[in-house]
Design a protein around this ligand. Sequence first.
Ligand SMILES: Nc1ncnc2c1ncn2[C@@H]1O[C@H](COP(=O)(O)OP(=O)(O)OP(=O)(O)O)[C@@H](O)[C@H]1O
Length: 370
Amino acid sequence: MALIRLQTQHFRNLAPQSLRLSPSVNLIYGENGSGKSSFLEAVGYLGLGRSFRVNRHDAVVQHGEAALTVFGEVTLPAVDEAREESHRIGYSRNTTERETRLRVDGESVRQLSTVAQYLPVSVIDPGTFEIVAGGPGRRRQFLDWLVFHVEHGFASDWQRLQRVVSQRNKLLRNDRMDESLLRLWDQQYVELAERVTATRSRVFEQFLPCLQSLIGEANLPWAESIGFDFFRGWDRKTDLGDVLRNHRDQEHRVGHTQYGPNRADIRLRLAGRPVSETLSRGQQKTLVVLMKLAQARLLCEKGTQCIFLLDDINAELDESNRALLASRIRDLGSQAFITSIEPPHPEQLWGDARPDFKVFHVEHGKLTEE
Ligand SMILES: Nc1ncnc2c1ncn2[C@@H]1O[C@H](COP(=O)(O)OP(=O)(O)OP(=O)(O)O)[C@@H](O)[C@H]1O
């Protein structure tokens, strides 16, 4: 999978332009504030339907405008006798009317997941390192991104689960809680929670060998002792229905659902402690790089190529981590967008075994191919 053309309108400081991109590596350089991260963010919008930098669309729409548009052309590799497929995907967001429009091949589509499936973008930027250093939410997001791209029914189960949680929470917040109604919602909640959990757990079991083989190949003895466990969000030995019944008063007091898939985590431990307390900052970053690569490897095994967005990795990663990332991305044959302030030196990343690449210089939001 590769994004071969990108067009944006009213996106941050980016000039309206249509760019032909390399299906392999795209190196984007420019001064601070020129628009490098904005360009990656625009690519990310097509794959995530949101910014990977901020929570609100308002910050991303060009100052003084009401709506942003991102349009891309994606190619999917030929399978067996079939010819290479290509799709046109579009995303626009009007922040005044709070309206999102999605298009695939000229047709309107309703679900973001329909668009997102064409572009599995994997971001590595300063915020990514929170996967190890931060709370469970970041690791859930990390796992769910993978589950979404591996198991196509997951998105609808997950959305239904969120709707049921929100109904449950409304009941739990009510002073005069309707116990019989809550029991009905609990039935649906437990059923969906088990389905979502089984899917997550299945994908996690496939992800783990990919991660372990990457750790072995990188020859990192400290990483070999890390324990990786999927925590489903409630006690391992107890049925979720029983947990909910046993904690009815507690959930009513706090006014929201406290047990289930929205509490799931990937627990990373070394010597009995969370790795965020035991590994050095540099080791934590290496671990995140390996986890990101393991996602890509699993997707690759499933016939899907992930697209890497690497924002200013020179500032975040040392030379050995950069080389690890670059060589594995090349071996996977993944498309990558890599930003830097200085003009890029591909030979420093890949030596003589360089993949095909294009270089773009960014000035005042305008990208020029060199
Ligand atoms: N909504 C917006 N409308 C117009 N311009 C914006 C908007 N949001 C941010 N900008 C401006 O866009 C410019 C590009 O920001 P961006 O973060 O993409 O730069 P960058 O090249 O990645 O810089 P750095 O190397 O410092 O990370 C900045 O000057 C910023 O002030």
